[in-house]
Ligand binder design. Structure first.
Ligand SMILES: [Zn+2]
Length: 163
């Protein structure tokens, strides 16, 4: 019976600079995986290609979308849109998001009745954020609050000389 076996891996010379000294992992393999469940290639959508070409999507293919009450200026909520959600928002009159938790499109109000009727849609200066001005029916927040920002105000202090 052999008593001591040298692990075969130890006999393989390490490539010049591809090994992480602490853990021995091949650093070429240490990049984070690209996605968690959402595609990164150009999504299939009927969105106007001229608009789609301008969008600066995140690695998950999504853009943050801020909903604002069109007449009072209230900031109502933040959701996420892919190309198709933006397309539906632009063409159906009702704000449509991509639900990251449920992995599906979500027409705001379909279950709650708290629709967001679209008044205007704008991209920000570098096309990585969407602003949707809406007429919000009832509460924008699923908690029943008018906006998602009503319930958790944080204390703010500033140096006296800024007053
Ligand atoms: Zn909310």
């Amino acid at each position: 019976m052999s008593r001591v076996q040298v692990p075969p891996a130890a006999m393989v010379p390490a490539p010049l600079s591809a090994r992480c000294p602490p853990c021995g992992r091949d650093t070429a393999l240490s990049y984070p995986s690209r996605t968690m469940g959402r595609m990164t290639s150009t999504p299939r959508s009927d969105l106007d290609p001229a608009v789609a070409a301008r969008l600066k999507r995140g690695a998950d293919g999504l853009l943050p979308a801020i909903a604002q009450q069109y007449d009072t200026g209230e900031v109502l909520m933040l959701g996420w849109m892919d190309d198709e959600a933006l397309h539906r928002t632009l063409t159906t009159g009702r704000c449509t998001y991509w639900s990251r938790s449920r992995g599906e499109y979500w027409v705001k109000g379909d279950t709650s009745g708290h629709y967001q009727f679209v008044k205007s849609v704008a991209l920000d200066c570098d096309a990585d954020t969407v602003l949707v001005k809406v007429d919000q029916v009832g509460a924008a927040c699923h908690t029943g609050d008018r906006t998602c920002f009503d319930a958790d105000e944080l204390p703010v202090s500033a140096p006296a000389d800024m007053a």
